[in-house]
Ligand binder design. Structure first.
Ligand code: GLN
Length: 456
């Protein structure tokens, strides 16, 4: 085992379900953890990744080789979890972390603690010294799979049997483990201190526009960055638990409903998407990531498990309405099977009557068409966004109801800010503007929706 200048020689092991094994050193809490092994390619923002509740049930591998060098500022935390008996407020939901090289001695004026100290305090297992390039190539070639990380058990047969007995990610409802237990507000008062996020806004106050839209947000594990982005776009929230009945939400008479991101298999949370079925058409609805999957499932569509998912900060997406390419932050392992939404409407799909058979939606990108299908439940639905790396569906818009959704993360947190215009789009949808989604990104920025941090 390689020695380390950090003086930490406590061993750790990562075993994958297919028997592949990686040895390294412990760089978090002592213990053993199981979960789906996934990887994130962001070059920065490891703390936001660690605290994104959508990683519940997963072991997160960071491909960027050095993690922890700028420490942790708790103002960057992404979990909005209020805390309960099992987990403290805002704690990470990921099961474990895998890195090449962990820095125990951060240097940054914002930093309050180091990543290893934080992980130890919260009881999260982590392993460093792993050849993360080899691990990621293995996952890329063989697909996502379960794994087990341990700092205390090194018998591979024993680890394999514990892994075999662990709950699988597919089929498990992880949303209920990260959603808030009670409704609570989220307003401008909940924004982080101005020194952390110097904002330019049309209000010119450096904070946010005044709240003009009252929104109910389904919390399936919502990221703070999303709530903050929407507050800055003029929303104030009542955040409600994942399984709140639609009737209760409608009784609050909101201007819009937001469906959050969240962990795990979307098919395992019918309690949420059956409520969404009753909301669409009655109130403007916007969904992000799991929220997009909830709208898709509410429409009766099929969701597929991607081979290894999209997690990182440089995923190119085309908005088919504007033909602008956005570089986006993503974190998902499941995706909408677009043809399962319904048959194409040829007169609104460039005369094309059959879905492309290879499943590659770059077919529409190449033709400059945003195709429309006829959905049995909600009427016409348009494909608005396509991932240019693999041609998967990443945004839809209902044409007979005020509702749209994207599979990726406009709040970034971490990542590029190209897709921030989608927060403006939701505000425009609630204001009744028909072309709410056809926003010129550059013009939107010039109008003042610049969420850049001081560092930019
Ligand atoms: N970030 C998310 O909301 C993730 C959605 C879902 N759990 C997936 O992996 O696809």
């Amino acid at each position: 085992m390689a020695s380390t200048s950090k003086g930490n020689t406590s061993p750790a092991v990562l075993l994958l379900a297919d028997g592949t094994v990686f040895y390294g050193r412990s760089c978090g809490a002592a213990g053993t953890a199981t979960g789906e092994v996934c990887f994130n390619t962001s070059l920065e923002g490891y703390f936001e990744v660690m605290t994104d509740p959508s990683y519940a049930g997963q072991i997160v591998t960071m491909t960027y080789p050095q993690i922890g060098n700028y420490g942790i500022d708790l103002a960057d935390v992404q979990s909005a979890f209020p805390g309960d008996g099992s987990r403290p407020a805002n704690a990470p939901a990921m099961r474990a972390m895998v890195v090449r090289d962990m820095c125990p001695t951060p240097s940054n004026w914002r930093s309050a603690t180091s990543v290893p100290a934080y992980l130890q305090k919260l009881g999260i297992v982590a392993i460093e010294g792993v050849d993360t390039r080899a691990l990621v190539q293995h996952l890329r070639d063989n697909g996502a799979q379960m794994g087990i990380v341990s700092t205390e058990e090194f018998d591979l047969d024993e680890l394999a049997s514990r892994l075999a007995a662990a709950p699988q990610l597919v089929g498990e409802n992880l949303v209920k483990t990260v959603s808030c237990p009670e409704p609570h507000p989220f307003t401008t008062a909940d924004l982080p201190a101005a020194h952390d996020f110097a904002l330019a806004s049309p209000a010119g106050e450096g904070v946010a526009n005044p709240a003009v839209h009252r929104v109910v947000a389904y919390d399936c594990g919502v990221k703070r960055g999303i709530l903050e982005g929407l507050v800055r776009a003029g929303c104030e929230f009542v955040v409600v638990p994942w399984n709140t009945p639609a009737a209760e939400v409608l009784a609050m008479n909101p201007d819009g409903v937001f469906l959050s991101n969240g962990p795990g298999d979307p098919d395992a949370v019918p309690e949420t998407y059956t409520q969404v079925q009753q909301l669409i058409g009655r109130v403007p609805v916007f969904g992000i990531c799991l929220g997009h999957q909830m709208i898709s499932l509410a429409a009766g569509a099929q969701i597929e498990k991607l081979k290894f998912g999209h997690r990182g900060g440089n995923q190119p997406v085309m908005n088919l309405l504007t033909r602008r390419v956005e570089i986006t932050a993503q974190n998902h392992g499941f995706g909408l099977v677009f043809p399962s939404l319904g048959a194409l409407v040829p007169e609104l799909s460039g005369g094309v009557a059959e879905h492309p058979t290879d499943g590659d939606l770059r077919f529409w990108v190449e033709r400059g068409i945003a195709p429309v299908v006829e959905n049995e439940r909600f009427g016409r639905i348009r494909l608005t966004h396509v991932n240019l790396n693999d041609g998967t569906a990443e945004g839809i818009q209902l044409l007979n109801a005020p509702c749209f959704s994207v599979q990726y993360h406009p709040e970034a947190s971490p990542g590029p800010t190209d897709a921030h215009y989608l927060f403006t789009a939701f505000a425009r949808l609630m204001a009744g503007e028909p072309d709410y989604l056809s926003i010129d990104i550059a013009a939107d920025r010039l109008a003042g929706w610049n969420f850049a941090t001081e560092e930019n």
